[in-house]
Design a binder for this molecule. Structure first.
Ligand SMILES: *Cc1c(COP(=O)(O)O)cnc(C)c1O
Ligand code: SF4
Length: 344
C-alpha cells in the first residue's frame, strides 16, 4: 500500500478514537459524525497544541454543527449542474467534483452536504456524462477539478481524467483544488508530480488557513509541485477563532509566498448549514484586507470575496479606496491619506 493510503487508513474517524487521542467525551459526537463524517489524519491531529485552538476548531466536530438553520446548498450548485457533479455557473469555466473524499473533513466545508458521503455526484458513473458535456460545450476553456479532494483519487484515475480533458481541444487549462499539501503532504509523491507535469497548463490551488499549517512537510509538497512547473495559488476561508485576525492572516500570506504559493482568494464563509459557528462579520475581512494592502507585498494580498447566494458568482470586496467627484477620482492609500487623480 502506498504511504499516503496507509495514512488515510490510519486516520481518526470514530468518536472513540478521537476520545483516545484528545480525551474528549465521545458520547455527543456519535450523532454528529453520522450526519457529517469525521476524518483527521494523525499528522494533522498532531498540529493541535491545545483544546479549541485553530487546528482543533477546523477538524474536531462541534455539536454546534447541528444547530444551524441555513440551507445546505445556498449557492445552488445542484441546480447549476447540467450533469451530477459538474457545476456550470460562469460562461467559460466549470467546477467538476471528481471525488467526495478528503484526507481531513473540515468542519466548515462549504460542501458539507456531500463530502464524505458515498454515491453522490462525484461518482465515477457520471464521469462519461461530465466529459461528454464539456466536449459538447465549446465555451468551456477552464476546468476546475474539485470535490472532495481530487488528489484522493489514485494516480491512474486522475491521469485518466486529465488525459481525457486534454483530448478536448477547447479546454485550454485545468486547475486542481486540493488541501492535501496541508492534511496529507505524503500524497504529493515524485510519481504524482511526474504524471501531472505531462498535462500542462495545469494549476494547483491549495487551501492553507493558518500559519501553523505551513509545516516543513507541507513546504516540501508545495516545492515538488512548483518544481514540476505548476503555478500554485491558495484559497483561504476566513474562519472565526482560526484566522480572523490581521496579524495571523498577514503571517499566513507572507509564509505562503515563502513556499512559492501565491495567495489567490480569502473567502467569506458561505451561508451553508452546519457552519454558523465559523462565520465572521464582513467588517472583519475588510479590516484584514486593510492590514494587508500596502503594508506588505502586493503579491501577498489576495482578493477577499463573497460567493453570492443563488450562484451569482464571487464578488470581491475592497475597503473603500476610491470615490468619484466629477472627473476627479479621490483615492485613499494604505495609510488612509487621500490623493486626487484627474481623469485624463
Ligand atoms: C469559484 C468558482 C469558479 C472559479 O472562479 P474563478 O474566479 O475563476 O477562480 C468557477 N465556477 C464555480 C461554480 C465556482 O464556485
Ligand atoms: S478539503 Fe475542501 S472539500 Fe474537503 S472537507 Fe475540507 S474544505 Fe471541504
Amino acid at each position: 500500500m502506498e504511504t499516503w493510503r496507509r495514512a488515510i487508513a490510519d486516520s481518526i474517524t470514530t468518536p472513540e478514537e478521537l476520545a483516545e487521542c484528545l480525551g474528549v467525551d465521545p458520547e455527543p459526537l456519535g450523532p454528529l459524525v453520522r450526519r457529517y463524517p469525521m476524518r483527521i489524519t494523525r499528522r494533522y491531529l498532531g498540529l493541535i497544541e491545545k483544546p479549541g485552538d485553530p487546528i482543533w476548531r477546523q477538524c474536531v466536530p462541534d455539536p454546534l454543527e447541528l444547530e444551524d438553520d441555513q440551507r445546505p446548498d445556498p449557492l445552488d450548485e445542484e441546480r447549476l449542474s447540467p450533469v451530477p457533479g459538474l457545476i456550470h455557473r460562469y460562461p467559460d469555466r466549470v467546477v467538476w467534483l471528481v471525488a467526495n473524499e478528503c484526507a481531513v473533513y473540515c468542519r466548515f466545508c462549504m460542501r458539507k452536504r456531500r463530502v464524505g458521503c458515498p454515491l453522490t455526484g462525484g461518482d465515477e458513473r457520471f464521469w462519461d456524462d461530465a466529459l461528454r458535456y464539456i466536449a459538447a460545450t465549446p465555451a468551456i476553456r477552464d476546468v476546475i477539478l474539485s470535490g472532495g479532494d481530487p488528489l484522493l483519487l489514485d494516480d491512474e484515475h486522475l491521469e485518466l481524467i486529465l488525459s481525457r480533458l486534454r483530448a478536448i481541444p477547447h479546454v485550454e487549462m485545468v486547475r486542481i483544488g486540493t488541501r492535501t499539501p496541508v492534511t496529507l503532504p505524503e500524497r504529493i509523491t515524485v510519481r504524482l508530480c511526474r504524471m501531472l507535469r505531462r498535462y500542462h497548463p495545469l494549476y494547483v490551488n491549495t487551501h492553507f488557513n493558518h500559519p501553523r499549517e505551513i509545516t516543513p512537510e507541507a513546504a516540501r509538497a508545495c516545492a515538488r509541485l512548483a518544481d514540476a512547473g505548476i503555478p500554485l495559488g491558495n484559497q483561504t476561508v476566513l474562519l472565526a477563532g482560526v484566522n480572523d485576525d490581521p496579524a495571523v492572516m498577514t503571517l499566513l500570506m507572507q509564509r505562503l509566498l515563502a513556499i512559492r504559493v501565491k495567495p489567490y482568494y480569502i473567502h467569506q464563509m458561505d451561508l451553508v448549514r452546519g457552519t454558523g459557528h465559523f462565520r465572521t462579520k464582513v467588517a472583519a475581512g475588510l479590516r484584514i484586507m486593510g492590514a494587508l494592502r500596502g503594508h506588505t507585498s502586493g503579491m501577498a494580498t489576495p482578493y477577499f470575496v463573497i460567493d453570492a447566494a443563488g450562484g451569482k458568482g464571487k464578488i470581491p470586496l475592497i475597503p473603500d479606496a476610491m470615490e468619484r467627484r466629477g472627473d476627479t477620482w479621490v483615492l485613499r492609500n494604505y495609510l488612509g491619506e487621500t490623493v486626487e487623480y484627474r481623469d485624463p
